[in-house]
Design a protein around this ligand. Structure first.
Ligand code: PLP
Length: 495
């Protein structure tokens, strides 16, 4: 190709090839040896800042090869590696390598998946991805939806659709302040923090949330839910929606979705399921019963960047009647010539969510779904759950560990020194200190959960690299760390 303009930002074919091949070689080695590295380097923000040499905005350019090579080192050696087999903190998964290739490919073509005309094949791929995700979790494929950046955005998108559907019709023109009745939403106290952001951002206010208590197993008390709705109606409130959680972030428990669905039907409320983490487990036949009621959901949030192993970022909102998304998000400015497409109607994703220009995040999800297949995902997810159960059993059997809870692929447990079994306050302090030691030690990465007032260690396995050997090793690491931290606290207190 003869170039008439010499742009400094352009790369010629030979340069791109050379840098690209080197990068692919380096990434292959990184993936191959990821288990040999510490899970986290444990460097302070100021140490890391120093690595960047604290220079000001470069005045002149530098060769791309040198930049990519230096940056490869920087990232490989100074990152927390959530692709490490002993990473099981929060709900952050290891990323499928095909996702890395997909992101490279997507960025190279760079379709803007806001409008059909700007992203002809990419829009069709996103539509197919959404149909497949419906199939994956077992809802009819006439649900529609959109890919978003993650669980928070997926829940926000659904929340706004619910608001449009269930608030008085004039809300779009008159706004929240002119509704005569106060809008309310219902969820259990295990609901992820997105709900607090949503009610602040979308005008309902934090007092609009009815936090329904949970039972001993952490599930929403649905009798209390029904009573609360009834009382609110009597007192002149306008209930909008109920959020059921399918896999709560602390313990992985799934609410009783069919009870919640029945209550929503009785009172004409929007039924939303936050399945950001857990809903992909509906693909496992023996777990189907946990998700009974899912087909009645008006909307569902799920995160391909969690249990489907997409690299960040990929979330998804599914809506039973996608017209609610269009009613919420569509507008037709004069400068968009997007609606007039030949034979069939164009689907323009900017009308389905908050974003206007949109990246091609569907590609990495779509490719992984094909690389692994339905049966492959069923196996991957089942194995994660088995490993989590194994961890629970080993903790249960060990005299210095106490198994606390196990749901889906989340296990919580505690270190309990033989002589302090009944000192509740000390056990909380000790386990918090152990967690801090583990999170900086680089051998294993866990997070924490407070379960029935007990500070617990928490392992969430959304990691296709974790094996039984890792689970056994983790027990050994925790016992060793637990004894060390316990002794240290005792010595400090004795002084
Ligand atoms: C992870 C999670 C979220 C938030 O998702 P992000 O992708 O982090 O924005 C919300 N709800 C539940 C149940 C989750 O597990």
């Amino acid at each position: 190709m003869a170039k008439s303009r010499r742009s400094t930002i352009e790369m010629d074919k030979e340069e791109f090839r050379k840098i690209g091949y080197q990068l692919i070689d380096d990434i292959s080695n990184f993936i191959e040896s990821i288990d040999q590295k510490p899970v986290t380097p444990n460097e302070s923000p100021s140490q890391l800042q120093e690595l960047l040499e604290n220079t000001s905005l470069p005045e002149n350019g530098r060769p791309a090869a040198e930049l990519i090579s230096k940056t490869t080192d920087l990232l490989f050696n100074h990152s927390l590696l959530n692709g490490h087999p002993k990473f099981m903190g929060y709900i952050t998964s290891s990323a499928a390598p095909i996702g890395a290739l997909a992101d490279l490919l997507a960025a190279s073509v760079n379709p803007n998946v806001g409008a059909q005309i700007l992203s002809p094949i990419a829009t069709q791929i996103e539509k197919q991805t959404i149909k497949w995700l419906c199939d994956f979790i077992g809802v009819p494929s006439d649900y529609g939806g959109i890919l978003v950046s993650g669980g928070n955005m997926a829940n926000f998108t659904a929340f706004l659709a619910a608001r449009t559907a269930k608030a008085p019709q004039n809300i779009k023109e008159d706004g929240i302040q002119n509704t005569s009745k106060k809008l309310t939403v219902y969820c259990s106290k295990t609901t992820h923090t997105w709900i607090e952001k949503a009610v602040v951002l979308f005008g309902l206010g934090t007092k609009s949330v009815r936090w329904i208590p949970t039972d001993a197993s952490n599930k929403m008390e649905t009798k209390l839910l029904a009573n609360t709705i009834k009382k609110d109606l009597e007192n002149g409130y306008l209930p909008l929606m109920v959020v059921g959680t399918a896999g709560d972030v602390s313990t992985g428990v799934v609410d009783n979705l069919s009870d919640i669905s029945d209550i929503c039907k009785t009172y004409g409320l929007w039924f939303h399921i936050d399945g950001a983490y857990g809903v992909p487990a509906a693909i496992v036949p023996k777990l189907k019963h946990l998700f009974a009621g899912i087909k009645d959901a008006d909307s569902i949030a799920l995160d391909p960047h969690k249990w489907l192993y997409s690299p960040l970022e990929a979330g998804c909102t599914l809506v039973k009647n996608p017209q609610h998304l269009i009613d919420t998000f569509s507008s037709h400015p004069e400068y968009y010539n997007f609606s007039k497409s030949g034979q069939d109607k164009a689907q323009n994703f900017y009308e389905y969510g908050l974003q206007n220009s949109r990246g091609f995040r569907a590609l990495k999800v779509w490719l992984a779904l094909q690389q692994v297949g339905r049966s492959g995902y069923e196996k991957l997810i089942s194995e994660d759950i088995e490993l989590s159960e194994m961890l629970y059993d080993l903790a249960d059997q060990h005299p210095e560990l106490e198994a606390v809870s196990q749901n889906l692929s989340i296990t919580t447990f505690r270190y309990v020194p033989l002589e302090n079994i009944d000192d509740k306050e000390y056990l909380n302090t000790l386990n918090e200190a152990i967690l801090n030691e583990l999170q900086t030690g680089g051998e294993v990465f866990l997070s924490n959960a407070i379960v029935n007032g007990q500070y617990s260690l928490r392992a969430c396995i959304v990691n296709f690299r974790t094996s039984k050997k890792d689970i056994q090793a983790i027990i050994e690491i925790i016992i060793r760390t637990g004894r060390k931290v316990h002794l240290k606290i005792y010595q400090e207190r004795a002084q």
